[in-house]
Design a protein around this ligand. Sequence first.
Ligand code: ADP
Ligand code: MG
Length: 652
Amino acid sequence: MTQESTHKETREFQAATKQLLDLMIHSIYTDRKIFLRELISNASDAIDKLRFASLTDQNLLEGQQADFEIFLVPDESTGTLTISDNGMGMTYDEVVENLGTIAKSGTKAFLEKMKESNAATDELIGQFGVGFYSAFMVAKKVTVITRAPGQTNGVRWESNGDGTYTIEECEKESRGTVIILTLHDEHCSAEHPDENFLNRYTLENLVKKYSDYIRYPIKMNITHEEQPRDDEGKIIADVPAIQTVELRTLNSMVSLWTRNKTDIKQEEYYEFYKNMFHDWEDPLEIIHTKVEGAVEYTTVLFIPAHAPFDFYQRESTSGIKLYSKNVFIMDNCKELLPEYLRFVRGLVDSADLSLNISRELLQQSAQLKKIGKNLEKSIIKTLDAMLAKDRPKYEKFWKEYGKAIKTGVYSDFQSREKLQDLLLFSSSRNADELCTLAEYVERMIDGQTVIYYATGKDHASVTRLPQMELLTEKGIEVLYLFDRVDEFAIDALREYKGKKLQSISRGDLKLDEIDPASKKEDEDTTKEHGSLLAAIKEQLAGKIAEVRISHRLKSSPVCLVSGDSGISLSMEQILAEMDQKMFKAQRILELNPSHEIFAAIKKLYEEDANSETFKDYCDLLYGQALLMEGLTPEDPVGFASKISSLMAGIRK
Ligand code: ADP
Ligand code: MG
């Protein structure tokens, strides 16, 4: 039958298809370039189909070699981009069914068939049903010429996307499908190379980005032009350039993650990671899992060796790419991982996800949530294992991402408990060692009921804090927090396995069981010096909430602590830096009754409670307590001049 003799029909699209086309043309997608991914994925589906079917029916290959391939032909003279494959092709009826309606996806029907015959179906791509129509986002006319194996004639389908299409029989020599897109002018214009789908580089990039892992070669002829040269190698002008054509395969075809874990060498993972995520260093950790069951997916995750230099400053981005059966859906899928794990790079490939899903819909996708939960779990599990089995590696991890984990503790209520065992702290025990909460608890001394922590700039300055004195003497270990997020995390945790986290600069140190006598002693001393304490408090009214006898001090005369409730002094500083100056810690001045300064101030008080000297001493005590906390006295000049007077012996 020749083309002239065939009967050409004009048909209406099914109502739903019309709507869909309308949406496509007036774009629910802002990202028009995905049409290429869709058409390539359809071509790949068609080849899959043929490959599977030919396993049981060799005749389908029509005696041809099974050199499956997908071809791209950009043609500037006609303004067309042609995508062809030598896959399954469609019969007349199939064309009507597949390209005229959306309710019945051809792939879906095929899957049903394969199921009946119990063949392997897992590699069949696509359940999605709208991909083909995305061609109308970039093309004013779409022509499909296709022939199914075993048919004598091909079928030609054509539409402007305006509600109708034409269909007729035609000649086609080889099986497979050719899709010719007559592009809108804006997509053939050299002015916008990114949107120009005839541009060689644009096509190469799109294939690399979206279809690199398609298992069949995606080929394109690339024409190189070169001016001829003379014997001396000089360019000869005024003669036509020599054209050479190179047939290039644009995709790499390997989808590492679908391969068997045991077959993949570490080097391969590394190369894959570096290529895919543009890193020059090998990753610290690889997590490759295949999950079967209610939701099925494969994931390869990487923890980069180093956090980006601006990791803690910038807005969060996620490094997870989403695929469905080897076909790229999107970058930076935020929905998959909690914010605190945003340093993890990798991909998730799930056949359950729709290719054509918008970001908005994706957020609501139950599958995605489920996958996300699993990813978080397996990352935490991997970190737990790393901590248990390879401490140096874990500490490397901690150095880079510890802050992120701590952020997770305070910002992610649901993950808090799972994360507490991943925390590492510096401690009073050793300046060069980090410890976990479990290790700390293990080392707690008899009678110790709480976990002590102290905040400060660095190991040396925390060790020198007056509040550390008694604890050090009693051999009680204290966790040191240097990072501003530390205290947020600790505040959020409150306790670890029933043990309260207790700041050494806050409220009661709860040493009763370790040192039962001391409490009684403190109470007695407080009674004894009651009126002095009241006088100091009065002198410092408005600055402090309370003055009391300290049970933490050994050699320092004074220290500042905060009350059991409300924020701490260090938190007040952090908040002030964040411009949240309205939050104030309750300040309590604690005095060491065995210090000679205490005796001196007591003497001044008894001599004349209203003397300037007594008042100055009160201010000086408070000033030095502030300084030891790293705070500036409220009146630095006044403070300095009082010290000068003392030094010069003006006041004794
Ligand atoms: P889906 O791929 O999710 O099924 P599409 O809208 O992308 O949905 O394609 C609709 C149907 O058209 C496909 O299921 C397939 O049957 C048919 N089809 C599209 N492109 C091709 C092709 N290159 N070769 C064979 N059939 C195709
Ligand atoms: Mg498709």
